[in-house]
Ligand binder design. Structure first.
Ligand code: SAM
Length: 391
C-alpha cells in the first residue's frame, strides 16, 4: 500500500491508465511518479517544470493541492486573508461533538482510567487543567494491538488524526505544563512542526533503543524521538535527574576520560543530556504487562515525570497501552488520568502488582543522582580508584 495518495490526487491521476498516460506525456517514468505519490514529495528540477506546464498551474498551486504548506504559502495566505475570509466563513467548521459523560473503568485514590477513543475522552477534559501530558500513540507500522485498530492508514490520514488529538492535548495543558510525544523520528519531524504552532519547543530527545532490523541502504534506526514542549516561555517544573558516570562493568574505571576536570564533577552525577542511552526495552516476559510489543519502560516514565512534575500534579496519557504512565504516576504520587480504546484488563491487573513495580522503580532510582552508585563506589574504593570522597 502506498504511503500517501496526495500527489496523484493533485495531478488528477485516478487509474493506472491515467498514470501511464501522464508518464508518457511528461516523460517522467512511472516509478518516479509513484515515488512522489508514495512519499507525497513535491517534485523538483525538470520534473516540476514538466508537471506544472502540463497542468497549467503554478508551483504554489501544486504544493497547495498536495497539502504541502510551506513558509511561501503561509506568507501568501497572510497577505491575502481579506479575500480568503469569505471562503473561510462558508467552509464548514467541524461541529463540536457533544461531549458524552464517560464512566471510569478503574479508579485509584490518585487516578482514573477510561475505556474510550482518545478524541471522545479528551473532549471531556477541562482546558488548561493538566500539568503533564505524555503520549505514545500507535506508529502506523501495521502492528497488531489488542484494540485491533487499523495501524496502517495513509500518511495524510495519520497526520490529520495526530493533529486532532494533539490539538486537544495542547488545549488541556495548563500554563507552564509540559507535553512529551514519543514516536518514530519520521512522524515526530512532522508533528513537531504542528505542535510548534502552539507550544514552546524545549528538546528533541533521542532515546537509544533499536526499533527495527537493519534495512539495506539505510542507517540502522537506533533511536526513538521524544519531543518535549512547554506551554509558555518556561516550564513550571524542571528538575531533571542526574546520571552516574559511565564505568566499566568489570573494572569500574571510567569509560570517558574526564582528564583534569574530575575534581570539578558534581558528586550528584552528570547533567542529563538530550540523548538517553540507558532506557531498556521491555523485552523480558517477566516484566511485560501485556502480550505483544509497544510497552515502554517504567524507567522512561520515571525520568519524564520526575523532570517535569511535582507530587500532586495531574498527568494525562491518552494512549494507555499496558498502563506504564499510570503506574509510574501512581508510584510517584502524582494524580493521573487516561484512556485506552482497547481492552483495559491488563492495565487494571497491573495495579495488583504495584509492589513489584515499586521495587523496580526503587532499583532504577537507586542508580541515579550520584556520580557513583553505592556498589560502584565500593568497588572503586577496593580497586584504589578515585571517588568523590577521595578528591
Ligand atoms: C504504543 S501503545 C501505548 C503503550 C504504552 N505507552 C505502554 O507503555 O504500555 C498505543 C496504544 O494506543 C491505543 N490506541 C490506539 N488508538 C487509540 C485511540 N484512538 N484512542 C485511545 N487509544 C488508542 C492502542 O490500542 C495501544 O494500546
Amino acid at each position: 500500500m502506498g504511503y500517501s495518495n496526495q500527489f496523484f490526487s493533485a495531478i488528477g491521476i485516478n487509474t493506472k491508465k491515467d498514470l501511464a498516460f501522464f508518464s508518457k506525456k511528461s516523460f517522467i517514468p512511472i516509478e518516479r511518479l509513484k515515488y512522489y505519490n508514495d512519499f507525497n514529495l513535491v517534485p523538483s528540477g525538470q520534473d516540476l517544470t514538466k508537471i506544472v506546464s502540463i497542468l497549467n498551474i503554478t508551483n504554489i498551486e501544486l504544493k497547495i493541492r498536495m497539502g504541502r504548506l510551506d513558509a511561501e504559502i503561509a506568507h501568501l495566505l497572510q497577505n491575502n486573508i481579506d479575500q480568503l475570509s469569505d471562503i473561510l466563513d462558508k467552509s464548514k467548521t467541524p461541529l463540536q461533538k457533544e461531549s458524552r459523560k464517560l464512566q471510569a473503568k478503574f479508579k485509584t485514590r490518585l487516578g482514573k482510567l477510561y475505556q474510550a477513543d482518545c478524541l471522545d475522552f479528551l473532549q471531556t477534559i477541562e482546558s488548561d487543567s493538566i500539568d503533564l501530558v505524555f503520549a505514545d500513540p500507535p506508529f502506523n507500522l501495521n502492528k497488531l494491538y489488542p484494540s485491533k485498530i487499523d495501524d496502517q492508514i495513509k500518511a495524510e490520514k495519520y497526520i490529520q488524526w495526530s493533529e486532532q488529538w494533539l490539538y486537544e492535548c495542547i488545549r488541556v495543558l495548563a500554563p507552564g505544563g509540559a507535553l512529551f510525544i514519543w514516536n518514530l523520528p519520521k512522524w515526530n519531524t512532522i508533528l513537531s512542526n504542528y505542535i510548534g504552532n502552539y507550544l514552546n519547543f524545549r528538546n528533541w530527545i533521542g532515546v537509544d533503543i533499536k526499533y527495527s532490523l537493519p534495512i539495506q541502504g539505510r542507517l540502522y534506526p537506533s533511536h526513538y524521538s521524544l519531543l518535549y514542549f512547554v506551554k509558555g516561555d518556561k516550564p513550571k517544573v524542571f528538575h531533571p535527574d542526574r546520571l552516574p558516570m559511565q564505568t566499566c562493568p568489570k573494572c569500574v574505571s571510567e569509560l570517558k576520560n574526564y582528564g583534569g576536570y574530575k575534581n570539578k564533577m558534581n558528586p550528584n552525577g552528570i547533567s542529563l543530556t538530550d540523548v538517553w542511552l540507558d532506557i531498556p526495552p521491555v523485552r523480558h516476559a517477566k516484566h511485560k504487562r501485556r502480550i505483544g510489543s509497544n510497552e515502554l519502560s517504567l524507567k522512561l516514565l520515571d525520568r519524564i515525570i520526575e523532570m517535569a512534575s511535582d507530587e500532586g500534579d495531574l498527568i494525562l496519557d491518552p494512549f494507555g497501552g499496558s498502563g506504564t504512565t499510570y503506574m509510574a504516576a501512581e508510584l510517584k504520587k502524582r494524580r493521573w488520568i487516561g484512556c485506552e480504546v482497547g481492552p483495559v484488563g491488563d492495565i487494571i491487573d497491573r495495579f495488583s502488582l504495584k509492589d513489584e513495580e515499586r521495587e523496580l522503580l526503587k532499583r532504577y532510582r537507586g542508580g541515579i543522582n550520584s556520580l557513583f552508585p553505592i556498589d560502584v563506589r565500593k568497588k572503586r574504593e577496593t580497586f584504589g580508584l578515585w571517588t568523590c570522597e577521595t578528591l
